[in-house]
Design a protein around this ligand. Structure first.
Ligand code: AMP
Length: 210
């Protein structure tokens, strides 16, 4: 299964990606996680990305595209992959299309998690993230439910940055939805209900692929 997961920040992409990747036994490739790991390790890539991330802006395509193309040459993607947070604009979508066409490994589907803005702001501004594994946690959690690590609020989950991220999504990422719809790859499901219900809905919808 070669899958792209799209949806606004706060739609639950990271959480669903973990479950879907486990279900299909494919690697979960999150560009946000890769950037955050580089930030934490204080690499040149992390230092380059930091200002854009803290401001809720996209990291430049030149940096992001090379990072993803490199990741997609690792052996573990031979049986598929789940891309979470990439592509995020039409240039990235075109780069991905050309890269996969050259390797003759077309996408199976693009799964869109849809959710309205009021719910996004509520979810994100109270979300806590694990310092160690990056998993999101509920606002009342004391430590990470996945690995027991300490929790913090992401710089870009602060309310003023969330508004900017939503604008960036509308302006730059939403157009790729029409692109994938026209390619016949788009599957949209509402990101409402429990985590397990959304995962089940996604697996059912993906199971209808011929
Ligand atoms: P995420 O964890 O997917 O919400 O990503 C966090 C931040 O990382 C974004 O707000 C961007 O600054 C950066 N980022 C993640 N994916 C991309 C991408 N495909 N293109 C550019 N910037 C990205």
């Amino acid at each position: 299964m070669r899958l792209v997961l799209v949806g606004p920040p706060g739609a639950g992409k990271g959480t669903q990606a973990q479950f879907l990747a486990a279900h299909y036994s494919i690697p979960h490739i999150s560009t946000g996680d890769i950037f955050r790991a580089n930030l934490k390790a204080d690499t040149p890539l992390g230092r380059e990305a930091k200002g854009f991330m803290d401001a809720g802006q996209l990291v430049p395509d030149s940096v992001t595209n090379e990072m993803v193309k490199d990741r997609l040459t690792h052996d573990d993607v031979a049986n598929g992959f789940l891309l979470d947070g990439f592509p995020r604009n039409t240039v990235q979508a075109e780069v991905l299309r050309a890269f996969l066409a050259e390797k003759q490994i077309p996408l199976d589907a693009v799964l869109e998690l849809s959710i309205d803005n009021a719910l996004i702001i509520k979810r994100l501004s109270s979300r806590l993230t694990c310092k160690d594994c990056g998993a999101p946690s509920a606002p009342d959690a004391e430590k990470c439910s996945s690995c027991g690590g300490a929790l913090y609020q992401r710089e870009d989950d602060k309310e003023e940055v969330i508004a900017r991220r939503l604008e960036v999504y509308e302006e730059q990422t939403a157009p790729i939805i029409s692109f994938y719809r026209s390619e016949g790859l788009l599957i949209t499901i509402p990101a409402v209900g429990s985590v397990a219900e959304i995962t089940e809905h996604a697996i059912t919808a993906l199971g209808r692929l011929s």
